[in-house]
Design a protein around this ligand. Structure first.
Ligand code: CP3
Length: 369
């Protein structure tokens, strides 16, 4: 149960169109936000970040909060997404990880063998308590105080996507070392995945308890997996990660003095995961995020027409002439009508070179339909 002062329990965000759409109730005006809406596409972000390393910025509560708020103020989107990174809980668990500009997460020493896994997992995930997440908790508190009735979305990386960085030691194209380890040493792999699930689950829980009104689990690189490998070697760990937050509920007054218990909605997203959609829903998500490779009506069909969807404007269209982009977005909205509810987003993150004025215009267009 969430604290009575949480924005969902206190009623500030419980009726927000983002939250209700995630809960499967179609909204008259479609809610919209953008993955990577906070970041390099905004000049005010680039200015604030001068001289501060990415992970240091994430752990500076005032800075992380201000960066989270920037796109909400500028674009009028329906949610803020907490400014942080999927590797933050690894860093807080003592892993030597940094984010190299223009490249992504890089590990001091990759986790390649059973011995490496044993060493990594010596840190008990239970040691990641509220005090370990203090900068996160403080940043979320500062942010929700400013957001008012606009929900904050918390997020975390799913175990496979995090393990892909841990095993590879950095970004990779097909995550082949991670996929090898899963078969070469299934016991070490399972141990790695369970540890990662607990660490990332604790990060997600800290954000929700501190005031996030929804959460997204990013399994960005799950599209590299076959359905069989996903189901056997990955899905159980994603379920385990989400088990850290599935008890978080709140009561909402309904008719005649009755109340209804609702859970904090969870979105599950990955890139190139058309073959995995059903399995990704079944790990315990409420909403499935769809990338730009598969139309929303087809995604909805694969999910039995009963799952709220998020997506899936092709980021490549953002730099196309407005009439081309507008026609594409109208098509996305029309296909999204096949799902019980639809939250508009991109099929992956905002490219850094995007003209922010296009995003503002898109929000106006979607809200005016
Ligand atoms: O606005 C938002 O979406 C909120 C913040 C956010 C960041 N990372 C900030 C960030 C979120 C939700 C993430 C999640 C994340 N991080 C994912 C999953 C989402 C996805 O894109 O699939 C992944 C895979 C990572 C790992 C990571 N961190 C990558 C691949 C990169 C990009 C490297 C680069 O420079 O292009 C990062 C760095 C990062 N995380 C930046 C931001 C704003 C860029 C840092 C900078 O400004 O230099």
């Amino acid at each position: 149960m969430l604290d009575p002062s949480h924005p969902l329990s206190a009623g500030r965000t419980a009726s927000a169109r983002l939250v209700r759409a995630y809960q499967g109730v179609r909204q008259e005006v479609a809610p919209v936000w953008f993955m990577r809406q906070a970041g390099r596409s905004l000049p005010e972000y680039r200015e604030l970040r001068v001289g501060t390393r990415m992970l240091d910025a994430c752990l500076d509560p005032a800075l992380a909060s201000e960066i989270t708020l920037q796109p909400v103020r500028r674009h009028g989107v329906d949610a803020g997404i907490f400014f942080s990174d999927i590797v933050i809980p690894l860093r807080l668990a003592g892993v030597d990880v940094d984010i190299v500009p223009g490249k992504g997460p890089v590990l001091g020493s990759p986790v390649r063998t059973a011995d490496d896994v044993a060493r990594l997992t010596e840190t008990d995930p239970a040691s990641l308590d509220a005090s370990a997440f203090a900068p996160i908790v403080e940043a979320v508190a500062l942010t929700i105080a400013e957001l008012g009735e606009t929900p904050l979305i918390g997020f975390a990386g799913a175990p496979f996507t995090l393990a892909a960085y841990l095993v590879e030691g950095g970004p990779s194209k097909d995550h082949i070392r991670a996929r090898t380890l899963m078969h070469a040493d299934p016991a070490a792999w399972a141990k790695l995945m369970a540890w990662t699930a607990d660490v990332t689950g604790a990060f997600l829980r800290a954000q929700i308890l501190a005031g996030a009104s929804a959460a997204q689990l990013f399994d960005s690189w799950a599209g590299a997996l076959s359905l069989g490998d996903y189901t056997e070697h990955v899905a159980p760990a994603s379920t385990r990660a989400l088990s850290h937050v599935r008890d978080l509920t709140y009561d909402v007054p309904v008719d005649d003095g009755m109340s209804e218990t609702r859970n904090v909605p969870i979105v599950h997203f990955g890139v190139g995961t058309g073959e995995l959609l059903k399995a990704m829903h079944e790990v315990g998500a409420d909403v499935v995020g769809i990338d730009y490779r598969i139309p929303l009506d087809e995604a909805s069909r694969r999910l039995g027409h009963v799952v709220p969807l998020q997506g899936n404007i092709d980021p490549a269209m953002l730099d196309a002439p407005w009439p081309v982009l507008e026609a594409h977005v109208a098509d996305v909205l029309a296909r999204g009508a096949d799902a019980p509810a639809h939250v508009v987003n991109l099929g992956h993150g905002v490219p850094p070179e995007t003209d922010p004025a296009v995003l503002t215009r898109l929000v106006e267009f979607i809200h005016s339909r």
